[in-house]
Design a binder for this molecule. Structure first.
Ligand code: AMP
Ligand code: MG
Length: 507
């Protein structure tokens, strides 16, 4: 067979090349930062899906990862010699209550790689078995939540929103027991890092200032290298984390995303969305929307997210106060001033994003009023968040009183009244129609991971071992801004009997 190289003909160097060129900077931190953890093998690892494009981005050999040696690693059965699997220590405020020790109870950081763009990325298994931090948990994950995280994290990436990614999902062949017996699975997560606000809290509550400093230095090196050269590196670090979180939450708000469990252990210092549990994209616009079954008070409702982000950042700031100034009062003052910048960063991203969603290319004093009046109408008349904005872009050439957006409203004449004001506003930036069309098209997705579609794909996979709905939804969501006419049914909101009222973390 011309051109085919049999494995025997490979040079020893190629044969011995590691599966992944791991370089584990976090594992070089002091022992108290983590617990080294062995593999806890599963019975029958079977690859559900490997994210080939992400593997390439990471500089990894996708074919080898999908082979027996790769799947053994992705299932947590056998690690290559250069991996250094650790469970990270962290604490966190869960629904406002402080828990001094959480940690990776069902996750293992197997190593870091430097990707094609020279960025350091963590490769972590989720559902890979018990660790020192498991408490009473089994260290495992059920198939449903693994598929949900795969779909939603990849959809977020395609929407251009900072997020951890999913490299693979593997069936373990072993059942996990939740309310019922479910298939077990392992998700491979890729993150800029897994350092959380709760990681800082873990050391701060122990009075381990040296560790807080080491962690801050590590995080600066990795995520905010510009802070290193600032007059006041730790203050610059805090300010950078605040700016990143503010921008992130604003991006969530612009697509109707509800994280669901914004505990301080689920907020990454890098500014990536992390820990997809009972998260959801809303269908009908409702500022009070809550889907998570465990969020009984609505603490993490859609409209509360910016305020909660500030609350969480205040917990981070507290851990850094001793590094900000030798005088505690002065340190607190600096931290408070930094926290006050949140609103400015948040509004910069949120307001400019809203303008793009409405196709406003210039700024006018009354724009925010125009926008908030639309949201009020949407809320009162149960308009679908995603479809309303998408339809506005489609309606640019429609005559007043026609077009597709009005169909989203229970009483269209009130929307027509609003649309008249919107068109009048657009007329003041005439001549930029093509640009506006482009801007609206690329800021108002047609396809989002709707809850009823996720529930349906989980059901197909869990009950019938049918992964086609999972594969199909992933394919559609990879191009959220494209029309994809043959997939238009994926843009539709749920029918009454398909509506999902609650999501579960299923841990
Ligand atoms: P989460 O709600 O997924 O953010 O997890 C909160 C904490 O519970 C973390 O410390 C997790 O590692 C831990 N945890 C969640 N599920 C399990 C599980 N099945 N086994 C062990 N620990 C778990
Ligand atoms: Mg978590």
């Amino acid at each position: 067979m011309a051109g085919h190289i049999s494995p025997a003909a490979l040079s020893t160097e190629e044969k011995d090349a590691p599966l992944a060129p791991f370089d584990n900077s976090y594992a070089r931190l002091p022992e108290r930062f983590f617990a080294r953890t062995d593999a806890s093998p599963v019975s029958a690892p079977k690859l559900i899906r490997l994210n080939d494009a992400l593997a390439r981005e990471l500089g990894l050999d996708a074919a080898r990862l999908a082979g027996p040696e790769g799947v053994a690693m992705l299932a947590g059965n056998a690690f290559p010699p250069n991996a250094d699997p650790i469970a990270m220590a962290y604490a966190g405020h869960q629904f406002g209550n402080f828990v001094p020790q959480l940690g990776d109870g069902r996750a293992l950081l197997i190593g870091e790689v430097i990707d094609r763009r020279r960025r350091r990325r963590d490769i972590q298994l989720k559902g890979s078995g018990p660790t020192r931090f498991s408490r009473n948990g089994d260290g495992r994950a059920a198939l449903g939540p693994v598929l949900r995280e795969y779909v939603v994290s990849e959809a977020m990436a395609a929407l251009g929103i900072p997020t951890t990614r999913t490299l693979a999902a593997v069936l373990t062949g072993d059942p996990v027991y939740r309310e019922t017996r479910l298939p077990g699975a392992v998700l491979t997560r890729v993150a800029a890092s897994h350092i959380r606000i709760g990681t800082f809290q873990y050391f701060a509550v122990r009075g381990d200032l040296e560790a807080v400093r080491l962690l801050a230095d590590h995080a600066i090196e990795r995520h905010y290298p510009a802070a290193r050269g600032a007059d006041h590196p730790y203050l610059a670090f805090l300010e950078a984390v605040i700016a990143a979180q503010a921008a992130l939450v604003a991006r969530w708000m612009l697509v109707g995303f509800i994280h669901g469990v914004m505990n301080t252990d689920n907020m990454a210092i890098s500014g990536e969305t992390i820990d997809y549990g009972p998260c959801a994209f809303m269908d009908q616009y409702d500022p009070a929307a809550v889907f998570s079954s465990i969020d009984r008070q609505g603490r993490y409702a859609y409209a509360n997210q910016p305020g909660i982000a500030v609350w969480n950042l205040a917990r981070l700031a507290e851990t850094l106060v001793p590094l900000l100034d030798a005088d505690q009062d002065k340190g607190v003052e600096l931290a408070e001033a930094a926290l006050r910048t949140f609103q400015r960063h948040y509004e910069a991203t949120f307001h400019s994003g809203l303008r793009r969603k409405l196709g406003l290319l210039t700024e006018e004093a009354d724009d925010l009023k125009l926008i908030s009046d639309l949201f009020e109408l949407m809320a009162k008349q149960q308009a679908d968040f995603t479809l309303t904005f998408r339809a506005l872009g489609d309606d640019l050439d429609a005559v007043p009183g026609e077009g597709t957006a009005r169909a989203q409203f229970a009483w269209p004449p009130l929307f027509d009244e609003w649309a008249r004001r919107w068109r009048e506003r657009l007329s003041r930036e005439a001549g930029r129609d093509e640009e506006r069309r482009q801007v609206m098209r690329s800021n108002n997705p047609k396809y989002i991971p709707r809850n009823h579609r996720i529930e349906a794909l989980i059901q197909a996979a869990v009950e019938r071992a049918d992964f086609r709905p999972f594969e199909e939804l992933l394919t559609v969501l990879a191009r959220p801004f494209d029309e994809q006419p043959e997939m238009a049914h994926y843009a539709e909101p749920p029918k009454e009997h398909e509506r999902v009222l609650q999501t579960f973390c299923g841990t």
